[in-house]
Each structure stands twice: as C-alpha cells, then as structure tokens.
Ligand binder design. Structure first.
Ligand code: G6P
Ligand code: MN
Length: 450
C-alpha cells in the first residue's frame, strides 16, 4: 500500500511514520511518499524518519521525498493532506491582525480562521483537482485546517473520496471516558456520540453496552473538574449546558476572557511554535544525528503549551501528562486506511456531508459526526440532532463558512467582508471592513481578493 503525504515536511509527519512502523498488520503501508514545496523541511523530517526506522524492529518502510506533485501522487492509494499554506508566518498574520482590531485571532476559529481559509482554499481546490486527475482511485484524508471548510470545498471535486479529520473529538472522548470511571479494559468499547462542525461540536453520549455514561459524568462535578475541558469551561458551566463541548468552543463561551488572554500574551501561538521549531528546522544541518531527539523536544514543547492562552484565561492550569503523548491524529489516519483498504470496519467521528443526519443544516453541509468506515467506503451514522443550545451557532458559522468558500472561489472581496462581518466572534461590520483591508494588504496569499 502506498501513502502520499502532502505537507511531507510538516512537523507532525514523524507521528504518522512511527504509527506506520508500529502497525502490526501484514497489509500495512510499504511505501511512504513525502511531498512538500520546501525541500529542506522534507530533509529534516526524513532524518527523523530514518532514526525512527533504525530504532524499530519492524521491517522498514520505503520513504521517498518529492517536490513534484505528479510524481508523488500518481499511482498512490491514499493521500494525506496536512499542508499549512503560508507557513507559520501566515498563521502569525491570521492571529495578530484580528487582535489589533479587538477581535480573536485563532487559526481555525473566527476572523483568523477566515483569513487562513481564504489563503488555503484556492490551493487545496487546485490540489484536489490534481489528485482527481492523477490518482482517481485514491482517497484523500485531509488534516488541513480549517478542516471543516477545506472538506466542504473539496467534496464537489472528490466526492466520496475525501474525508476531513481532527483529533480533538477523540481527545475529548478519551478524557471524558476515563473521568466517567470506566475500567481501562472497557474504554475502547465506549461509542462516542458527537455532533457539530469542526472545532464546534459537542459530546452528546458515551455508550457502553447499551448504557449512556454521559448523564452520570455530567452529574459528578468532581469528575468533570478532573480533566482538561472541565477545567477550561468549569464543571458548573458544563452542567448548565448539559453536554461536553469541544475545547475550541472556549472562544465562543468565554470570548472576553479568551480575547483578554490573547491580548496580554507575550507572543501569538504561531510565534511560540516558530521559536520552538527553530531548534529543529533551524539547525545548521537538520539531518545530522540527533534529529529525532531534537524533534521530540520540540514536540513536547508544543504539546505542553497547547491552548496556553485559553488555559490562562480559565485560571492557568497545566495539561495532564496523559494528554501530551499525541497519538490521536496518526491513529485516526491509520484506522481509516485499514477500514477502507482491508474492510476492517471502524466507527469514527469524521468531517463528511450531513446527508440527512441532522435537520438544522442541509444535506451537503459538512458536519463532524460519527461515520462507519469499511471496505465499501464511508457511511454516515444516525446521530440525533445538534443540541438545541448549539443550533443557532452552528447554522450561523456554517453560513459564514459557505460565504468564505464562495468568496475564495469567486475572488470576491465583498463576500469576504460579509463572511467576516457575520461571524459571531466579529462584533462590528465596520471593524470587519477595516480588518479585511488590513488582511488583504498584509497577508501573503490574499492578493487575489484585492
Ligand atoms: C489540535 C487541533 C488541530 C491543531 C492542533 C495543533 O489537535 O485539533 O486542528 O492543528 O491541535 O495546534 P497547535 O496550536 O499546536 O498548532
Ligand atoms: Mn483540529
């Protein structure tokens, strides 16, 4: 089986490579093609992969490096897309420019997410058309953020063969299941009910042997306060709400506090990560020995500082050591590949068109909810409605997402303004206009909208 990673020089690629090496399946991936527009980054990541392979007792995986897309994609079975258009420098703009206008700047949520999408959508649509042409049988598993909009833009191009993934629902589920007191041996069997949009969804049930564990967990303030989302939102708010929200909803439920924390932070998230990763990508010879250790040190630094400003806004708490291991992103990818290629059914929370599952958005709207993945493809599973308290928010944000996609397709500045102005985290049409002016002046990759 051949796997191509777009964004092969990306920081999280060694997680996928390690998962492939550790995969005990006899039908596992045998050839990993890493594609990137930046050759030095590719070499830095390849050096980590080489050290991982040397330390592994399993037969190695052939890793090839590509800066030519056709070479990387032709004949492949699966494509993972984990690209960051504009790099961390672009992310720094998405985060800083909104903040200057008194608006939250986050790479996937609010004005920053729109800026990131406007830069990313033309690129992923072009890549989608190339994949459809060069590898019409291949599946695209897309990690590229903002994942909801990226998946919705690609669905008309790749149809069934594109799926968007995110590791935040499984991370939340893992913590909630542990907090609900289920023994380790039973945790894998708990079925997660989750519904919403990417970075905007809720756990609505945790089913074990026909019993829902969620009501018991929601009634237990101490258990709720024992894991990350409980500390972020407060057990009392979770109980008032009645469902467990994705951590990114902190920007919506605690907008003032999140904004204040972002404004008083010494550096934006992009700047923090750029600084951390200088010790990996920025060394004189990134392929010199010790690459894996340098990468791991940076990875841990990134994990320990994840969502630092939101945690600061919620009273400054540290992350749980169990949450620093990673192991979400790569495992979901592996499960999808085995499910499709070898008919090993998996129930996963994925970004796919609604297809009649919830009545509050139309059938084509991409939502994040459980699907059954197997040899026949990806089938949406019944999930129940979006919680009533979240319907308005989901509909509003979905409309903003679609306006953003239309703006990108048409190169239409007025639509981009409308998207920004109607986002629930942007509180003034005037501010949206000024903010857009600055984004178009300053963010590389948005010139097409001027
Ligand atoms: C979570 C989110 C991803 C995001 C990642 C890294 O896993 O679901 O969408 O890319 O965190 O966030 P960071 O701020 O470290 O880049
Ligand atoms: Mn995500």
């Amino acid at each position: 089986m051949i796997l191509t990673i777009l964004g092969g020089g990306g920081f999280r690629v060694p997680l996928v490579h390690q998962a492939l090496l550790d995969d005990p399946d006899s039908n596992r991936v045998t050839h990993l093609r890493l594609f990137d527009t930046d050759a030095p980054r590719l070499r830095a990541v390849a050096a980590v992969c080489a050290e991982q392979a040397a330390a592994s007792s399993s037969p190695g995986i052939e890793v090839s490096l590509h800066t030519d897309l056709a070479e990387a994609v032709t004949g492949t079975d699966f494509v993972f897309s984990a690209i960051r258009v504009g790099g961390l420098a672009g992310r720094a703009c998405d985060e800083a420019i909104p903040l200057r206008h008194g608006v939250i700047g986050q790479e996937t949520v609010g004005a920053g997410g729109i800026s990131y999408a406007l830069r990313t959508l033309p690129v992923v649509e072009r890549l989608g058309r190339e994949i459809a042409r060069l590898a019409p049988e291949a599946w695209l598993i897309s990690f590229t953020n903002p994942a909801g909009m990226v998946t919705e833009a690609l669905a008309p191009i790749l149809g069934e063969r594109v799926v968007g993934i995110c590791d935040s629902p499984v991370g939340l589920a893992r913590r909630a299941i542990a907090a609900s007191g289920v023994g380790r041996e039973d945790r894998e069997r708990v079925e997660l009910d989750y519904v919403g949009l990417n970075h905007l969804g809720w756990v609505t049930g945790l089913q074990l042997d026909g019993r829902d564990l969620l009501p018991g967990l929601m009634a237990d303030a101490k258990a709720l306060g024992s894991f990350e989302e409980g500390r972020l939102f407060g057990p009392d708010w979770l109980q008032a709400l009645g469902h467990l929200p994705n951590e990114y909803l902190h920007h919506y439920y605690f907008t003032r506090e999140a904004l204040a924390a972002d404004r008083s932070a010494q550096a934006s998230r992009a700047q923090v990560i750029l600084e951390q990763q200088r010790a990996f990508y920025g060394v004189d010879d990134p392929s010199s020995s010790g690459a894996w250790q340098r990468w791991e040190t940076c990875r841990m630094a990134r994990e320990t500082t994840y969502m630092a400003s939101n945690r600061e806004a919620a009273g400054s708490f540290e992350r749980d050591p169990d949450d620093l291991t990673g192991g979400g992103y790569d495992r979901i990818a592996l499960q999808i590949m085995h499910a499709i290629a070898h008919d090993r059914p998996a129930r996963l929370v994925l970004n796919r068109p609604n297809a009649g599952r919830v009545t509050s958005v139309d059938d084509d709207a991409v939502i994040e909810a459980p699907c059954l993945v197997d040899g026949t493809g990806i089938q949406p599973l019944p999930i129940g409605e979006i919680p009533a308290h979240g319907v308005g928010l989901v509909q509003q944000v979905k409309n903003v997402e679609r306006t953003t996609i239309e703006a990108a397709r048409a190169g239409d500045r007025t639509l981009a303004w409308r998207a920004l102005a109607l986002h629930p985290l942007v509180d003034s049409v005037t501010v949206a206009k000024r903010l857009l002016d600055d984004l178009l002046d300053e963010v590389p990759g948005l010139e097409y909208l001027r």
